[in-house]
Ligand binder design. Sequence first.
Ligand SMILES: Cc1cc2nc3c(=O)[nH]c(=O)nc-3n(C[C@H](O)[C@H](O)[C@H](O)COP(=O)(O)O)c2cc1C
Length: 368
Amino acid sequence: MADDPLFDEFELNGHTLDGRVGLAPMTRTSATGDGRPTDRMARYYASFARGGFSFLVTEGVHPDATHSQGYRNQPGLAIDEQATAWEPVVDAVHEAGSPIFAQLMHAGAQSQGNRYGFGPVAPSSYRPPGEMAELYGGSGEFPEADGLDDEGLDDVKAGFVAAAERAHDAGFDGIEVHAANGYLLHEFVDPLVNDRDDEYGGSPANRARFPAEVTAAIDEATPDAFVVGIRASQAAVTDEERVWPDGEATAAALFGALSEAGADYVHVTGGDATAPEVPDTDRTLAELAVEHVDDGVAVIANGSLGDPDRARAAIADGADLITLGTGALANHDWPNRVQAGEPLDDLDPGVVFQPDASLSDAEVPGDD
Ligand SMILES: Cc1cc2nc3c(=O)[nH]c(=O)nc-3n(C[C@H](O)[C@H](O)[C@H](O)COP(=O)(O)O)c2cc1C
């Protein structure tokens, strides 16, 4: 397809991306037991860069060595040894030609595997519905998470900042703050979880405050060229039907606060990026983000965009960039194939999700 908008260049905070299609963050629980990424992970990530993805977001990475870890074998940026072990991953992706951003994820109440011996925390005490995900090595009910006090909030923020600094030192081009999918920072935004009666709870502006403060603190602590993005959603891993009950009021407060906090991009995710999923609006999450962020802030859309025409529709609706999750797992070279007019493969769940989310040999070049 001549002049395909999916392959237009885009300037993201001084980085020239050679297309609009990035890799979505995906947890693969394949690090060592003490949270160090491996050579297999380097080969896995580099394959997406070789396949034409113009930027990569890593799986959720725990930022601190207390409460933040979500899953066993989740990689960290909580201690220097973990950061050093990321360097070969970053180098392999750079050699294959793409920038890579580390997704910093504090699991909050959805934590289901913590090697540091700490229990889960949340904005206020909270037990997620349902059972822990077997896909990520958990089973049984979640314990009730403790509500964070002021000192706890300071520790969380300091943990995010230190992890972002370690990411910078390891050579990452930026970080993405995970404020989506029901993890800690999303739990602040979500009035069904956040029961605080201080300046971090209640109104949409108060609920947006902590994620925005974390973003601003990282932005201040890292160089200008270092990309600081943030991811937002309505749904949680433990409740896929969850929406913002007050619809656009939360969207406006959240996106406005993140933009003011210095975010370089806002990455929105939902079940279908082309559908209006926010109550009482007729716009997509990405359209709402475009409306409520400043001009210089890029908007990334995610959710069921693996069909190239749907990806193009999201761009036509105003998203600057899109990311692919499952579509990328099925086709590590999705951009190269689409650009060449070649057919795409369907995802084989037996390869990716059996027996769990950890990397299968067939997904790692050199292992198959
Ligand atoms: C195996 C797997 C792991 C995931 N882990 C993360 C994660 O660590 N962080 C995150 O923000 N989203 C995570 N997601 C969600 C994806 O980033 C993406 O939002 C979702 O797959 C929908 O996009 P898609 O329709 O292109 O697959 C994960 C998805 C999958 C399939």
